[in-house]
Design a protein around this ligand. Structure first.
Ligand SMILES: Cc1ncc(COP(=O)(O)O)c(C=O)c1O
Length: 391
């Protein structure tokens, strides 16, 4: 028998990037040497001291039992200590932090926690496609906020109609931004808080790339702005800062009522993460931080190789200020999908077409800095040899 899927499942957005993975796979199967810059999976291993902590904690029978439902208190305290140390932000580990199975879980859960079917949520375009999944699962209505190059990829709140602002209950933001590599300053968050307060909108700031900022600039946390906790939360993940994408650990921090809602939903859906993972996560947040600075340097070196290289061959590109992505303008007359296909076919380089992140992603491709400087240099050389870049 084949059982039909629920209407809810059928309504979920199609995975745009599945076709890219398929195309790349077809080339790799034929033995092509593909430089895959299309994905967002950190290439470096988790720092050794964190792995050691996992091994040690994995031996402890206490961790073989169910974890406390809302996570180990020691991890929540570690998250609070981390925010105090890194951002000067005070958080109550009992009421202002919720442990998550990675940032993605929190981002998908939040619309279900706060919205009723038909409620409006403001989402950046281009943006991380998993936001759309959460919107659909909550049967909410998405209103997109265009991120335009001329606005440094910040939303222009003036563009939102009074009615849209009135109806909106939730807003997602993400800086350093995937896919554009833009970063936000304190003024932007201050303005966001004012708007949120006036319109009673809950702000969810996705700080997945909080650990990755270039040129000596450390990314600003939303919670550093006065009043942030009154109107929203920040989602932090250990995936990028500590190369722990496979471990599935993150946390939400901020507004008590939102944290309570996340905890309530999670009480019904799961028991918390494996205790040993929680202990290792606390070690990441509290232990030596040199690994974070080293990782930043590595990404910055790679960024410079790519951006300087492409600039030299005549492709006018802008350097990202944070995240591990570069957002490159597609040369005319290509669309983003055509250009991604062209690079794959002619140069064996995979990039993500911008339109996969939303309509306003058209005209760009996203390139990950998740391979060695040598491979990025090789990518530049391959691109240089293409006819369209010959002067
Ligand atoms: C913008 C953004 N938010 C959230 C995530 C989720 O990260 P994780 O679920 O590994 O914490 C990602 C991962 O790629 C991302 O790019």
């Amino acid at each position: 028998m084949e059982f039909p899927q629920s209407d809810l499942l059928k309504s979920l957005p199609k995975q745009f990037f599945a076709s890219l993975v398929q195309k790349v796979g077809a080339y790799t199967e034929k033995g092509a040497d593909i430089i895959n810059l299309g994905q967002g999976n950190p290439d470096q291993p988790t720092p050794q001291h964190i792995v050691e902590k996992l091994k040690q904690a994995g031996e402890n029978p206490a961790n073989h039992k169910y974890s406390p439902f809302r996570g180990q208190r020691s991890l929540r305290v570690a998250a609070a200590t981390f925010y105090k140390r890194e951002y000067g932000v005070h958080l109550d580990p009992e009421e202002e932090i919720a442990i998550l199975f990675g940032g993605k879980a929190g981002l998908v859960e939040i619309p279900q926690c706060l919205l009723n079917p038909g409620d409006t949520i403001l989402v950046p375009d281009p943006g991380y496609p998993d936001y759309w999944s959460g919107v659909e699962l909550a049967r909410a209505k998405m209103v997109t906020m265009p991120l335009r190059e001329e606005n440094d990829f910040m939303p222009d709140y003036e563009e939102l109609a009074a009615e849209q602002l009135d109806k909106a209950k939730l807003m997602f933001l993400n800086y350093p931004n995937n896919p554009t590599g833009a970063v936000a300053d304190k003024q932007f968050f201050d303005e966001t808080i004012e708007l949120a307060r006036e319109n009673e909108i809950c702000v969810v700031h996705d700080f997945a790339y909080g650990g990755i900022g270039f040129d000596g600039n450390r990314p600003q946390s939303f919670l550093q702005s006065e009043g942030a906790k009154e109107v929203g939360i920040e989602i932090y993940t250990l995936s990028k800062t500590y190369n722990m994408a496979g471990w599935r650990v993150g946390f939400a921090a901020g507004n008590k009522s939102v944290i309570a809602a996340i905890n309530l939903l999670q009480d019904h859906m799961y028991v918390s993460l494996f205790g040993a993972v929680q202990e290792a996560a606390a070690e990441a947040l509290l232990g030596p931080q040199e690994c974070v600075a080293e990782l930043n340097n590595l990404y910055e070196t790679r960024r410079n190789v790519l951006i300087d290289g492409l600039t030299k061959i005549g492709w006018q590109v802008t350097a990202p200020k944070g995240s591990f992505f570069a957002w490159l303008k597609v040369p005319e007359p290509f669309t983003s999908v055509e250009f991604a296909d062209f690079l794959l076919e002619k140069a064996h380089i995979a990039v993500a077409p911008g339109v996969g992140f939303g309509d306003y992603g058209e005209g760009f491709v996203r390139v990950g800095l998740l391979t060695s400087a040598e491979r990025l240099q090789e990518a530049v050389s391959r691109i240089e040899s293409l006819e369209i870049f010959k002067k």
